[in-house]
Design a protein around this ligand. Structure first.
Ligand code: NAD
Ligand code: ZN
Length: 381
């Protein structure tokens, strides 16, 4: 990593937002039906009504947004030609909004649009990344689009918006944050600046995720997780991700598993592979030992520290009532075996996998999937 970007502008809590809309002609807001129907959208529309700026709400976003939804959004954009776009919601809404803007600009449907991202989950960090993950549902593949033009101009971090996130989504998105931070630290492109963001994110997850899970209305825990999500986003936007995300994209696309849940279940097994805990210890085992030290589970030996980190993540998953392996998610062995070749190939080709610290062949990826399926090493599918 030779250049570090910390996002363009981050507004913490909402007071400053209204100024961002002053003198804008028309605002196009992208969200999901839940946020539109429960009135949460008034967080923005109320401000726009106050200052007399017109707007359109596109509320058709579904989880893991598809190419078709993006195309629908572009057609709606062409009708109103906004000068401002707002991605309001979880990663799905923000990513869809990014992709709409990206392609609409390429087709000269809009130009120089201001892009404001307002996350309502604490997970993807999409508000500060160059990434947008779009699904091809027919081919069961998720494509990470990566381009500097996808970086929002403004990110708004207001944890008030996350107080209603259900327990399961809090757990799933929180484990996505942890995976981002860990993958950024062990990435082949990691550096001091991305490490600083990722290490702080891990500490914030450690002290806030379980509290936010057990006490959904605990504002301080929610803000801690919101900040962690954004910091982990900045970390991986600079350092990249790794095999965990490559494998999670393929697993999620095949079996319709929420992104953070796929990450959470795979994480202990990918660390085991990357650190070489079950064959020959690799150079990155030392980095995992450093992460273990951050959460106070390190020991005298590098191998043991890496194993302790794996154990802690398993126990975190357990406390968050997450499955401990893929089989526990109700996926039949035959179905998993049928999908294995294409998942392993997709994970191998996924752009996130490029910065993984240990090069993995398609066969090795299949072995990691098998380990994660059974939760035990050495069993074949
Ligand atoms: N762009 C990136 O950098 C990046 C990084 C990681 C993942 N992703 C992508 O982001 C998507 C996942 O995003 P996500 O995990 O935020 O989930 P999501 O956006 O799909 O939202 C999950 C659920 O939470 C609900 N929800 C959102 N905010 C809520 C609130 N305040 N109160 C109650 N319910 C609320 C939504 O309606 C939805 O049902 C995936 O497509 C994933 O691949 C993107
Ligand atoms: Zn992720």
């Amino acid at each position: 990593m030779s250049v570090f970007s910390g996002g363009k502008k981050i507004i913490i809590r909402g007071e400053e937002i209204e100024k961002e809309f002053e003198n804008r002609k028309h605002v196009f807001i992208v969200c999901d039906p839940f946020l539109a129907e429960t009135g949460k959208i008034k967080y923005i529309t109320g401000k726009l009504d106050n200052i007399g700026v017109s707007y359109t709400v596109f509320s058709g976003i579904t989880p893991d947004p598809s190419i078709e939804i993006v195309a629908e959004g572009i057609a709606a954009l062409a009708d109103v030609k906004p000068d401002t776009l707002v991605g309001f919601g979880g990663g799905s809404a923000i990513d869809a909004c990014k992709a709409m803007m990206f392609f609409a600009e390429k087709e000269n449907i809009v130009e120089n649009c201001k892009f404001i991202a307002i996350p309502t989950t604490s997970g993807t960090g999409s508000e500060v990344t160059d990434f947008s993950v779009i699904s091809n549902t027919k081919k069961a593949v998720k494509y990470p689009l990566i381009d500097p033009n996808l970086l929002p101009d403004v990110a708004v971090l207001d944890a008030e918006l996350t107080l209603t996130v259900p327990k399961e989504t809090t757990a799933i998105t929180g484990m996505d944050v942890l995976t981002h931070a860990i993958e950024a630290i062990v990435s082949t492109d990691a550096g001091d600046f991305s490490d600083a963001m990722a290490e702080k994110a891990i500490k914030l997850v450690r002290s806030n995720l379980l509290v936010a899970y057990k006490e959904p209305e605990n504002f301080s825990a929610r803000q801690g997780m919101h900040n962690a999500s954004c910091m982990a986003g900045i970390a991986f936007n600079n350092a990249g991700l790794g095999l965990n995300h490559g494998m999670a994209h393929a697993l999620g696309a095949h079996f319709h598993i929420p992104h953070g849940k796929a990450n959470a279940v795979l994480l202990p097994y990918v660390i085991g592979f990357n650190a070489g805990c079950f064959d020959n210890l690799t150079g990155s085992a030392k980095t995992y030992a450093r992460i273990a030290r951050l959460i106070h589970v390190d020991s005298g030996s590098i191998r043991q520290s890496s194993l302790n980190l794996i154990r802690s993540i398993k126990s975190f998953n357990h406390l968050l009532e997450m499955p401990s392996n893929i089989r526990e998610m109700g996926i039949a062995k035959d179905d998993f075996r049928d999908a294995l070749d294409s998942m392993a190939e997709a994970a191998y080709a996924d752009s996130c996998t490029k910065t993984n610290p240990r090069k993995a062949s398609v066969d090795e990826i299949k072995k990691v999937y098998a380990h994660a399926y059974f939760g035990a090493i050495g069993r074949s599918l």
